[in-house]
Structures are given as C-alpha cells and as structure tokens.
Design a protein around this ligand. Structure first.
Ligand SMILES: Cc1cc2nc3c(=O)[nH]c(=O)nc-3n(C[C@H](O)[C@H](O)[C@H](O)COP(=O)(O)OP(=O)(O)OC[C@H]3O[C@@H](n4cnc5c(N)ncnc54)[C@H](O)[C@@H]3O)c2cc1C
Length: 322
C-alpha cells in the first residue's frame, strides 16, 4: 500500500479542525497505515503544531523557514513534490488553500486527483473507491481513482470525524531539505474583516440563515428565534450578496470564521465555502427542507422541515420553556 501523508493547515500555533479529520480519512484508505503529517511554517508556532500533531500521527515532518510563515501554495507545492516519495497518497483539506495547492500538486506528482471527497469506501487493488460532491454539494457521486501512481485527495471539512490523539509520534525536522524557495506571488498582509454591529466570531450560539429564508422580511423570524435562544443571527453569502444583512454577519471562507458552541443552520445547503468558516466542532443543528442537503452530513441533529414554519414553532417552544 502507498505511503499516506496529510498536509496540516494551521494558524497562530493551532492546527485547523481538519488536521485530525485527515487522519480518519487516511485510515479509511488503509486502516493499518502509518500516516505522516506534514507541517510547514516558521518558529515557535510551527513547533507547537508539530508537537500537537505528534500526539495523533505516527510521524510529523516539520519544514521550518521564514518564507513559509504565511502559507503560499506556490512555495509549498514544490516542497511537497520534492519531499513526498512518488506513488504516495497526499491528503489536503478541501478549503481555499487546499484548492490552491492540490490540483497543481497532483499534476506535478503525475498522480490521480479527487477533490471534495465526502467519503472513502475502500481500496480494491490499485483502485480507490470514493464518494465526492459535485455541483456545490447538490449531488454525491461514486468515483474510482487509479492510485497506482499515487493520489492527491481533498476531503471535505467536517465529514470525517476527528481521530483522537493517542500515540506518541516523532517530529522529524526536514527543514534542511527545503532548498531554495521562490514564488512569483508574494504575501503582503492580512486585512482583518470589519466587525459590524455584532461580532459573530465571539458568540456561543448562532442562528444562521441561508437562501432558504426566501425573503428579507422573513429575517425577523430568525431574529426572534435568536432572541429566544440568547443567540445572534449570522448568514451564508447569498444573504449578504442580496444586501439583506451586513458582510460582518457572513460565515465562510470569504466571510467570518466562527467558533460557536451551537450552530443552527437554517435553510443553508452546506457548501464547503460556508462550512470552511465554522470551526471548533460546534454542535450543529441543520434545518432544511431537502433531506439530501449536504449540511446534514456535518450536522449533529438534522431536521427536515420548512424553516418558515419550523422556526416560529421553535421560538414559541423555547419561549414557553424559558
Ligand atoms: C470564492 C467563493 C467564496 C465563497 N465564500 C462563501 C462564504 O464565505 N460563505 C458562504 O456561505 N458562501 C460562500 N460562497 C458561496 C457558496 O458556494 C454557496 O453558494 C453558498 O454558501 C450557498 O448559500 P446557501 O446555502 O444559503 O444557499 P443554497 O445553496 O441556495 O441553499 C439553500 C438551501 O435552503 C434550503 N431551503 C430552501 N427553502 C427552504 C425552506 N423554506 N425551508 C428549509 N430549507 C429551505 C434548500 O434546500 C437549500 O439546501 C462562496 C463562493 C465562492 C465561489
């Protein structure tokens, strides 16, 4: 069986939620695999992530260089091509950075590429069987990949449960093998999103609305529910695009990253761009009238209902209970 690697995304010295989900995905490919985590970055923050990963992965390859302090796919890609043995399987989270890094990496490795993996069904010889999402998660498709020459897979965040820590892996410092780093695209600065009237990044409970809310006037229904729950209203991008709520309320890769304890997703389909903004493993309750909506794959509780009927009933029930 091919060697399996997981590229770990991290920020401020903390690994992304997807870090331990990739380990679960790897074990679905080969339950007996000794999986290697790859962490790139610089300094004490990188060390912290490498040490954290060594509690779950058998081995952690650390690449430390000031040029890697901000993740630039143009720098990381050649580094991985050089470091990873040909024929390997590389797992990268399906987020904005992963979508920047992974396709070009698969071409350079001359390996199969399967993006937005929603499930892994197993290996039959040199054929990997997977379920992936297409058309923004509207359909799931069963696919096979010829992994005889290796593979680059991007598992969707939140669909694989995180593997708990429980090993004592080794951190191997591979910084000496980085070689020359050069990129045409340079990182300049991070511009933090503006905080609006409410800072959704600091809230414990979010009532989040999507296109299923149907009309601006219906936002009041969500606000009443949020008030009853002691929560605030956040939203998906179409709500901001329609100018129904401020940009500061948008959850997702091009909006805010939130870390609530409870996330109520009302009429939200569950695109990877939206889910990419939900961190910290909150308890997700999804209400959607389509039983096949992708949001149900990541929800702890799924309710198939019309939100315009369900939300007022829930508000009433909570108010009575209060
Ligand atoms: C570069 C880029 C960045 C992006 N960044 C973000 C981002 O940061 N955040 C973000 O959210 N999106 C982002 N998107 C958009 C993303 O791809 C999706 O289009 C978006 O998340 C879909 O929002 P939605 O789930 O509200 O709408 P839809 O996908 O249209 O889903 C609406 C859902 O509501 C359900 N529904 C409809 N009516 C009802 C009802 N009455 N009761 C119950 N359920 C109902 C439907 O079944 C459906 O599942 C980005 C896209 C791109 C290309």
């Amino acid at each position: 069986m091919a060697q399996i690697f997981a590229y770990i995304v991290h920020k401020d010295g903390v690994a992304d939620d997807t870090a331990l989900e990739l380990l679960t995905a790897a074990k679905k490919i080969d339950p007996a695999a000794s999986v290697t985590a790859i962490v790139t970055g610089h300094g004490a923050e990188l060390d912290a992530v490498a040490n954290e990963m060594a509690k779950a992965y058998n081995e952690v390859w650390k690449f430390d260089n000031p040029a890697l302090a901000y993740p630039n796919a143009e720098l990381v890609r050649p580094l991985l091509v050089k470091a990873v043995p040909s024929g390997s399987i590389v797992l990268i989270a399906h987020d904005t950075f992963g979508m920047d890094l992974a396709p070009g990496l698969s071409i350079k490795m001359d390996a199969a590429f399967v993006p937005d993996v929603a499930d892994i069904e197993g290996v039959d010889g040199e054929t990997l069987k997977l379920v992936r999402q297409e058309f923004g998660g509207q359909v799931s498709t069963h696919v096979t990949a010829d992994i005889s020459g290796g593979a680059v897979l991007t598992p969707r965040g939140g669909v694989f449960a995180a593997t708990e820590s429980g090993v004592s892996g080794a951190v191997v410092d591979k910084s000496g093998e980085i070689g020359e780093l050069s990129a045409k695209r340079r990182f300049i600065e991070v511009v933090a999103a503006e905080v609006g009237d409410v800072d959704i990044t600091k809230e414990d409970v979010l009532v989040s609305i999507g296109r299923g809310i149907e009309d601006q006037d219906n936002i009041e229904i969500a606000e009443e529910l949020a008030k009853a729950m002691g929560a605030v209203v956040s939203c998906s991008r179409p709500i901001v695009d329609a100018k129904w709520l401020e940009k500061s309320r948008q959850v997702g890769t091009s909006g805010q990253t939130v870390k609530p304890k409870v996330y109520l997703a009302c009429g939200i389909s569950g695109s990877f761009q939206h889910l990419g903004g939900i961190k910290g493993n909150p308890f997700i309750v999804a209400i959607n009238k389509n039983p096949k909506a992708p949001i149900f794959q990541v929800a702890d509780v799924g309710i198939v209902a019309d939100i315009l009927e369900f939300m007022p009933e829930l508000t009433e029930a909570i108010s009575e209970a209060n």
